[in-house]
Structure formats: C-alpha cells, structure tokens
Design a protein around this ligand. Structure first.
Ligand code: SAM
Ligand code: SF4
Length: 343
C-alpha cells in the first residue's frame, strides 16, 4: 500500500515549496551561545536560552535524519558557536552515517575557529570536507575589538590544524565600514595564498546590537568597485548551494565570493531552511514565520507528527525576504539575532 503523510504527500517524497523550490539544504543552529561577542552579531551582555529549552543531541540527530529522509543533501551546522556546545562531536559522529550511506552529500560547519585546533581532525574523520571560518581582520588588536573576547592566534592555529587535517576552508569576512575597509586586499592575498576561498558578507539587520547598523553597513557593490582598481575580477560560474556570487581574482588565482542580501535578491534559487537549537524551523532568514518542530518531536516517538509539521511549514515558505535597514527608526528588520537563527 502507498503510504501517505497527514498532509497527503507520499512518504519519503522530496520537500517542495509552493514556488517549486526543492528543499535540500538545512542550516542547523546547535547552540545560541558563543565564546565571542562580535559587535555586529551580539550585544556584550546577552541573555542566552536556558539549557532545558535546547534540543538534545539525540533530538537534533532525529530532526536531521527526518530531513535527510525527505531529500536533504546538505547540512550545515552553525550557531552561536557550534563547537562550544558540549559533546557536539557526538552529533557529527552520528550524522556521518548518512554520508556513508550516500543519502547525505555534505556535512559541514560554520565556526569562529576558536575550538578548531581541538576538533579539526575529528571533523575530517566524520566525513566533513569543507568548513567556513569567520574572520574579519588579521590584526590581533582589531580582532579583539570586533569579537570583543576573541584571540586571533587561537583562530589562526585552528585554521592551521584544519588545513593539516585536509579540510578545505572558506573564510567569511563581514565588510564593515571604517573597520576592515583597508584590509580587503590583504585578506584576499592571505586567504588565496593559503589556498582558501574568501567571501565578503554585507551586514544584515538582525537583532539589536549595541552600535548602529547603518553606521556599519558597507555595500559590497562599493567594495567590488574598489577592488577592481587593484585586481582583475573574472566572473565564474561557481555555485556552492549558498547565496554567494563568485569571481576569480586573476592576480591570485583564488575564488572570491560576495554575499549581498541587501543589494541583491538571491531568493529565487533558495533551497534552504534554518532550524534553531530549540527546534524552531524558519523557512526564510528574513521573515518571522516559523514552525515549532520541538513540540512535534516530543509529541510522539513516531516521526508522523514531525513530518506533518515539516510539510505544512514548507508549504508556507515565502517567495523572498524583506530586509531593510530602517533609517528612520534604526530598528532591525527582523528582531532575532543571527546567533539564534544560525548564520
Ligand atoms: N559562530 C560561528 C561563526 O562566527 O562563524 C557561526 C555562527 S555566525 C552567526 C555565522 C556567520 O554570520 C559569521 O560569518 C558571522 O560573521 C555572520 N554574521 C553574524 N551576524 C551578522 C550580521 N548581522 N550580518 C551579517 N553577517 C553576520
Ligand atoms: Fe559568535 Fe559567530 Fe556571532 Fe561572532 S558571529 S558572536 S563568533 S556567533
């Protein structure tokens, strides 16, 4: 007999939203906590979720497994800082079975790099091949200033360890006005010199932070135009399933990406959803609509209610986002922090 779910979809059928986009990529935030306090991401004095609200590692695994059974091919583990969650490697170890079976094509992580020295080899052993490391400056004092609590030397040691373990690295740098504007060229030469991709990200208006975002905002169109005084940027057709547009820097031979959520609309090819560490499913980073998967997970040992909740949510995935930095009220367009939804 053909099995159908509560919403009438075939069991195991891929998740397709009303605009025909198949959901094949989940970004999973495993904690909202972090050992840094980047100024554009968090305020210094953050209130974190009580531990009891978090999904357990077993629940996170069950959730990922449900998505994998419905066509998810890529899982990015993020946070907060994912590698500060206690026993997080247990989750990587258990998810690696989906890589071994071939159901999952990629398991990856976005990290601030502070704990990489400790975990890089085990990540590689779990089948992780590529990781993103966030790094906005190569100046130790400025690094401390932007992360408030971070130690650049630890991050650089983590990058060394990851490369030694054979992991490919993409560096993510947030472009910030009057902060790292003068460093873009050296960041490019450094990253490409070490065989790493580099992506610049525009500041997004997520959550209240202490400064004003309009003051931090630097349009990447301007950055790109400036870089073209120094470098030849050749458009290339390289896709990672993410929203970055890539060019090749002729002088270094390396890839450079631009993520421009405010100046470019990348929603039409969006194949992803985000899940928070409490099991809230966000169908779009820039919209408030969400579904509570924790309730569905805990309601039953069977995955029926969970699958039904996921299917209903995907049917509500909006066509696109709505970011604006409101220059009148200076309020963020979306009130939750990036560390809650996961970057
Ligand atoms: N802690 C990890 C890290 O820093 O890589 C993972 C989570 S962090 C929220 C993911 C990415 O989001 C980082 O590259 C960070 O720079 C970026 N990010 C955080 N807040 C942002 C904002 N308001 N606008 C743009 N990017 C932001
Ligand atoms: Fe932590 Fe990453 Fe946010 Fe920085 S960007 S505070 S490292 S979660």
């Amino acid at each position: 007999m053909i099995q159908r779910s509560e919403t009438g979809l075939l069991a195991g059928a891929p998740l397709v939203d009303p605009f025909g986009r198949q959901i094949s990529y989940i970004r999973l935030s495993v904690t909202d906590r972090c050992d840094f306090r980047c100024v554009y991401c968090m305020s210094e004095d953050m209130n974190f979720l009580p531990k009891r609200d978090l999904l357990t590692l077993e629940e996170l695994d069950r959730l990922c497994t449900a998505f994998v059974s419905r066509g998810t091919k890529k899982i990015r583990v993020t946070g907060g800082e994912p590698l500060v969650r206690r026993d997080i490697m247990t989750l990587f170890r258990s998810l690696s079975r989906h890589l071994e079976s071939g159901a999952l094509e990629e398991l990856t992580v976005t990290t601030n790099g502070s704990q990489l020295s400790k975990h890089a080899q085990e990540l590689a052993d779990c089948g992780v091949k590529r990781i993103n490391v966030s790094l906005d400056t190569l100046d130790a004092d400025k690094f401390r200033q932007i992360t408030r609590w971070g130690d650049l030397s630890k991050v650089l040691a983590g990058i060394d360890a990851a490369q030694k373990a054979g992991l490919s690295i993409k560096i993510n740098a947030v472009a910030l006005q009057d902060f790292n504007e003068n460093e873009f060229e050296s960041l490019i030469r450094w990253a490409h010199g070490r065989g790493m991709d580099l992506t610049f990200i525009e500041v997004m208006p997520l959550g209240e932070v202490d400064g004003h975002r309009v003051d931090q905002y630097l349009p990447l169109s301007r950055v790109k135009a400036q870089l073209m005084d120094t470098f030849h940027l050749d458009d290339i057709d390289y896709q990672t399933g993410g929203p970055a547009r890539y060019v090749r820097v002729r002088e270094t031979g390396g890839r450079l990406g631009f993520i421009t959520p405010l100046t470019h609309n990348f929603c039409e090819s969006c194949n992803r959803v985000r899940i928070t560490c409490t099991g809230t499913l966000y169908m779009c980073l820039g919209q408030e609509d969400a579904a509570d998967l924790r309730g569905a997970l805990r309601a039953s040992e069977s995955d029926g209610p969970l699958m039904a909740e996921i299917e209903r949510a995907i049917l509500r995935k909006p066509k696109g986002h709505d970011f604006i930095i409101d220059r009148t009220t200076r309020q963020p367009a979306v009130s939750r922090h990036m560390s809650v939804t996961g970057g």
